[in-house]
Design a protein around this ligand. Structure first.
Ligand code: NAP
Length: 240
């Protein structure tokens, strides 16, 4: 049995892959989950070649059955869960009068509902880790848009505000059992998700995925006496 184990959703690219790599460096076996199987397989192969014990489960996190499948596969293979990284997310911009219902549902389901389902399905595993070392950790990917609403990204902003609120509630509900939760709230990070913005903000002026991973590393290292409920990441002198 691995000494430490983690689930990372949206782990096939960008911030999720950077956090997964950090968790491997910190001795975690990993279940990597994302939607597109080829991209996921190649990310898992990359981590394996760096010495990781890693399995991957492909599927849409908006789907309750997929969430169950990911957690079940993780439990069967690794038997324990020390870190859950709820990172899968999607942003679809539109003016409020033109929001399409399917885009509304997708953003709420992937960005917020799936996080709630993952907590539910992982509760027993997290409680076991919390009882063992008082440092079970759930990292929830919010956004700077989860701290202040953005025009045109209203649904995304609402879903990410929900993530901050749910994280706060989980700290109150589960903190006493050694389960800590942290909402990460970054401005623009240089990943495929921000391709749309790179005409105006070059990638090299954006936050690096590794910056987020380093902050996540610090979350692993604080003592059981300390919880960090939220981290904001800003670009010097910029709003987004
Ligand atoms: N980049 C930024 O500026 C920024 C800023 C603040 C917050 N965030 C948040 O950070 C998280 C990661 O984004 P990123 O920037 O690293 O983007 P990314 O490189 O595009 O990664 C997104 C990851 O999520 C997966 N994913 C997307 N929809 C999914 C679904 N329905 N089911 C399962 N997996 C899904 C993607 O895999 P597939 O493509 O195969 O589905 C991919 O692995 C998101 O929650 C995003 O909202 C990003």
């Amino acid at each position: 049995m691995a000494e430490r184990a983690a689930i990372v959703t949206g782990g096939s690219s960008g911030i999720g892959l950077a956090i997964a790599r950090m968790l491997v460096e910190e001795g975690h076996a990993i279940t990597l989950a994302a939607r597109r199987p080829e991209k996921l397989e190649s990310a898992a192969a990359e981590l394996s070649s760096e010495g990781a014990e890693v399995q991957h489960v492909a599927g849409n996190m908006a789907d309750e059955e997929t969430v169950r499948r990911v957690v079940q596969a993780h439990q069967e293979r690794f038997k324990r869960l020390d870190v859950l990284v709820n990172n899968a997310g999607v942003g679809i911009g539109a003016p409020v009068g033109e929001i399409q219902t399917k885009h509304l549902d997708l953003q709420l389901d992937v960005n917020l509902r799936s996080i709630i389902l993952f907590y539910r399905e992982c509760a027993d595993l997290l409680r076991a880790a919390g009882a063992e070392h008082r440092n079970a950790l759930v990292i929830n990917m919010s956004s700077i848009s989860g701290k202040r609403g953005e025009a045109w990204l209203s649904v995304y902003s609402a879903s990410k505000h929900g993530v901050v609120g749910f994280t706060e509630a989980m700290n109150k509900e589960l903190g006493g059992e050694g389960i800590k939760s942290c909402a990460l709230c970054p401005a623009f990070v240089d990943t495929p998700m921000t391709e749309f913005a790179k005409e105006n903000v070059p990638g090299e002026e954006m936050i690096r995925p590794q910056d987020i991973a380093e902050a996540a590393r610090a979350l692993l290292r604080v003592s059981p006496a300390c919880v960090i409920p939220e981290i904001m990441f800003q670009r010097p002198g910029a709003a987004l």
